[in-house]
Design a protein around this ligand. Sequence first.
Ligand code: KIV
Length: 274
Amino acid sequence: MKIQTTTSGPKRVTTRTIADLKKNRQAIACLTAYDFLTARLLDQAGIDLLLVGDSLGMVFQGHETTIPVTLDQMIYHALTVVRGVERAMVIVDMPFMSYQANDEEGFRNAGRVMKETGAGGVKFEGGSRIAKLVDMTVRAGIPVMGHLGLTPQSIHQFGGYQPRGATPEEAKRVLHDAKVLEEAGAFSLVLEKVPAELAKKVTKSLKIPTIGIGAGVHCDGQILVTPDVLGLYEDFHPRFVRKYAKLADDIRASIGNYVKDVKAKNFPGSKESY
Ligand code: KIV
C-alpha cells in the first residue's frame, strides 16, 4: 500500500494546500476517480483532489443509486486510486450505512479506510446530525470533507434528484449545517445541486473551502463525476455537467475497428507477431 506522504515526488496536496488555495482565492479542481489508470491520468493532468466517490455504484457498478455500495468495495477502489496518484489529495466517500447507525461505528469505519487505503481523508454526507461524528473523526487526526445539498444517500427520502436549498427554510438549514460542519472541524464542504446564490452565501460565510457540483461558479472549487466529464457515462445528463470528451463514441469506434480487423484477419500483422 502506498501511504499519502509529502516526502517524495511532486509536492503532495494536503488539507493545508486546500486551505491555502481558498485563502489565495485560487480555485480548487476536483474530480472523482475509481481506478488506478484513471487516477494516474487525472493526477498527471494537475487535478488537486480526487474523490473516490460512492457514485461508483452507478458509473462503475451499474446500479441505479449509490445505496448498494459497501465499505469493502470503497476500500478496494480507494487502494487502486491511491496507487495511481503522486500529487493529488485522495478522499474516500463513506458509503451508505457505514456511519448512519451510530457515531462509534462511523468513526471506526473511517479509521479502517485510513488504515487500509493510505488515502488522505474521508467524506460523510449530512449536516448537524453528523456533527459529533465529524468532531470525533477530526480529533482522531482524520481529515473530513462534508457534503450538503443533494446528498445521494438520502435519495429515497428526497424522492428524486431535484435541487436542494431552493426554499427559504431549506436554504437556512443548508447555511446552518455548513457552519456546524465547519465548527466540527471539516476541512472542506461539497455543495451539490443548490442554487448558485445560496452556494455564494455559504462560501462567503465559511473559512473552509466549498466544492460545488451543480452549485454555480462562486464555490471555492468544483467537482464532477469523471465518466460524465469524459462522455463515458451516457445514462444521465444533468445540466451542470460539461463534457470535455466523447469517449463512449471513441471507444465504440475504436473497438468496432478492432473487431473488423480481427474478423478480416488483418490483426495481428507480421510486426505484431513473434
Ligand atoms: O459520490 C460522488 O461522486 C460524490 C460527488 C458527486 C461529490 O459524492
